[in-house]
Design a binder for this molecule. Structure first.
Ligand code: CTP
Ligand code: CA
Length: 226
């Protein structure tokens, strides 16, 4: 696409984007969380809307980010809530992009009252249970034939090899893999990534604004939608 020119190539399409990071509560004041800011997911929602799509943005703990204009925003907190919202929105979606950082585990129990420390007593260990794998579930059980499903993975080592394995394990069509680094990924305005396709393709996206990566993702999604 030429700079500054946006083709409405997603007009008539419904796309779902998850963004942010889930928080898994321990008690009314504490949670297990992660460092995802939600900025990449918001960039995906904005660019899809600019390309004419109807967009549902499932946002997990992204306070501080303004709702993108013309986008349906569904706020969620936990992985279980994110799953419910994504499954519901995906029912009639042409594409689903899972940019959210979903907690792999949640505390096995929730304390209805604030957990207190006691003099001379060691803390209780925190017992965790697995959260559902939303990306694997929606990939295995497509709501619509030809629905395009995209995952994201932040890796620290053997980025491409780990990404290829993850793409296969999840069963999605595209996986955006980025290396976690100092200026990159968490909270920053820029990103650098490689988009792996189940067809064996590798699309490098140079270091740049999160909108540029978002546009590359939508280019690849639009191509698969035909
Ligand atoms: N994801 C998901 N549900 C989960 C965990 C992850 O839908 N319970 C999605 C994320 O939104 C992301 C992709 O799966 O699009 C990859 O997340 P990642 O954490 O890299 O994958 P995991 O399978 O959890 O692998 P790891 O053990 O490396 O964390
Ligand atoms: Ca994980």
């Amino acid at each position: 696409l030429a700079r500054g020119v946006t083709e409405p190539d997603l007009r008539g399409r419904h796309v779902v984007v998850s963004a942010g990071g889930t928080r898994e509560p321990l008690d009314p004041v504490r949670f297990l969380g992660n460092r995802s800011s939600g900025k990449q997911g918001y960039a995906l929602a904005r660019t899809a809307a600019a390309r004419g799509a109807r967009v549902t943005l499932v946002a997990a703990n992204t306070t501080g980010l303004p709702d993108p204009a013309g986008v349906d925003v569904v706020q969620v907190g936990t992985a279980v809530q994110l799953r419910e919202a994504v499954l519901k929105a995906a029912a009639d979606a042409d594409a689903v992009v899972m940019a959210a950082a979903v907690a792999d585990f949640r505390p096995a129990t929730y304390a209805a009252g604030k957990i207190k420390k006691r003099d001379g007593q060691d803390p209780e260990p925190v017992v965790l249970v697995r959260n559902p794998d939303i990306l694997a579930e929606i990939s295995a059980d497509r709501a619509r034939p030809g629905q395009v499903i995209v995952g994201f993975a932040a890796e620290t080592d053997d980025v491409l090899a780990n990404g290829r394995r993850k793409l296969e394990r999840k069963g999605c069509d595209l996986l955006v893999v980025n290396e976690v680094g100092e200026r990159k990924t968490f909270g920053s305005e820029e990103n650098e990534a490689v988009v792996l396709g189940v067809d064996g393709s590798e699309t490098p996206v140079p270091y740049g604004p999160k909108e540029a990566l978002a546009d590359t993702v939508w280019d690849l999604v639009a191509k698969r939608l035909g």
